[in-house]
Design a protein around this ligand. Structure first.
Ligand code: NAP
Length: 345
């Protein structure tokens, strides 16, 4: 895979529209504004005052409470969507139909079918589309893959990754099935994406979970099974902590991604002699750029400038495959597969 890496290349300035003014938008857009070759052109909020307040942080940024007006701007190149994920499909579709490139927060949509449709629209219009899966652009995540490719831990055989936190019951979108309710889509997407990156598409899935009476999955644990006995053991929860670290084990050692594994700035490599494998792992520390989103945003900017319609590090095929696995896990825990145990609360 070839990634555009020549930092000396003069980037054309891309004009970005921002949709949603919540906490994540705040962090990501601060990093976006710091990237070379970007201009925050317009901020959209459902509330005109909030849009104007957010826009004040960026020189010359305009604001609007009309999504149609944002998309009608012929000078706008790219839209960043950071809203509750049940809204992602329609907002992304409309932006693509208006001829804009799109970076949409994880999860890109709710089902694999929606994801496929969005990539089809993007392909037909020769537009860039990517899910904001920042983990895949994190230098520690890239180093992990380099170390595996260098045979440091031999052939990867098993993986463990969890994302569990007792989030406050604040009435936010994560607790509302109509807006974003799904712990699997919100948190479980990270371990599933990690497993897909290391092992590819699983042969089978075992999953069980805790589901609220209105269908919101509050917690789940799942095993993704691969040929030759390889497996990934994962969990996500909005109710309790589940150790946020991850690890990949192989025939010659293992690598730990300290928690939170999706945004870690270090890795621990248990490799070499028995002594170093077990008692003295090598620790590698890396810098974090901005709030951690800069590597992904820079890569998106470079890809769009280079005329790519998807990014080689997180392609349409990668994203769709992850959503197919998420669909399988969800159907198991929500009861579509009666052979999988489930709890109802
Ligand atoms: N990459 C990361 O590190 C990371 C971290 C956390 C969350 N996320 C993802 O970011 C997305 C947003 O999460 P969040 O926790 O920020 O969500 P949120 O706080 O519930 O909503 C974000 C913003 O979306 C707008 N919004 C709310 N409800 C809406 C609706 N029904 N229709 C259209 N817009 C609506 C609001 O902005 P206005 O009031 O201005 O319209 C709100 O501030 C999710 O997909 C989440 O998974 C990513």
């Amino acid at each position: 895979m070839t990634i555009v890496q020549d930092r000396s290349t003069q980037l054309r300035t891309l004009r970005w529209g921002i949709v949603g003014t919540g906490r994540i938008s705040d962090s990501v857009v601060a990093d976006l504004a710091a990237c070379q070759g970007t201009e925050i052109r317009t901020v959209h909020s459902r509330d005109a005052g909030k849009a104007a307040d957010f826009a004040k942080k960026f020189a010359d940024a305009g604001s609007t409470d009309s999504y149609e007006e944002l998309l009608a701007d012929p000078e706008l190149d790219v839209v960043y969507i950071a809203t509750p994920f049940a809204t992602h499909y329609a907002l992304t579709r409309d932006a693509l139909l208006a001829g804009k490139h799109v970076l949409v927060e994880k999860p890109m949509a709710v089902t694999a079918g929606e994801v496929e449709k969005l990539f089809q629209i993007a392909r037909e219009r020769n537009l860039f589309l990517m899910e904001g899966m920042w983990m895949k652009f994190n230098p520690a995540f890239i180093l992990l893959q380099e170390q595996i490719a260098r045979d440091r831990i031999g052939a990867p055989r098993s993986l463990r990754a969890m994302f569990g936190m007792p989030f406050p019951q604040d009435g936010g979108s994560r607790w509302d099935v109509k807006r974003s309710g799904s712990t699997l889509l919100d948190q479980g997407i990270y371990p599933v994406t990690l497993a897909h990156t290391i092992f590819g598409v699983p042969e089978s899935v075992y999953a069980a979970g805790t589901v609220r009476s209105d269908g919101l999955d509050l917690a789940e644990h799942f095993t993704l099974e691969y040929t030759d006995g390889r497996f990934a053991q994962c969990a996500s929860s909005s109710q309790e902590f589940a150790d946020l670290s991850g690890s990949i084990s192989g025939t010659k050692g293992w690598i730990v991604l300290p928690g939170p594994f999706w945004s870690t700035t270090s890795i621990q490599i248990h490799a070499g002699s028995w002594q170093t494998i077990i008692h003295a792992p090598e620790s590698v520390d890396l810098d974090r750029e901005g709030n951690g989103y800069v590597p992904m945003l820079r890569a998106v900017n470079e890809a769009i400038t280079a005329g790519l319609t998807e990014h080689p590090l997180h392609t349409a095929a990668d994203t769709t495959a992850v959503f197919r696995t998420l669909d399988m896990i969800r159907s198991a825990i929500l009861g579509g597969n009666s052979t999988v145990p489930k709890n109802r609360v």
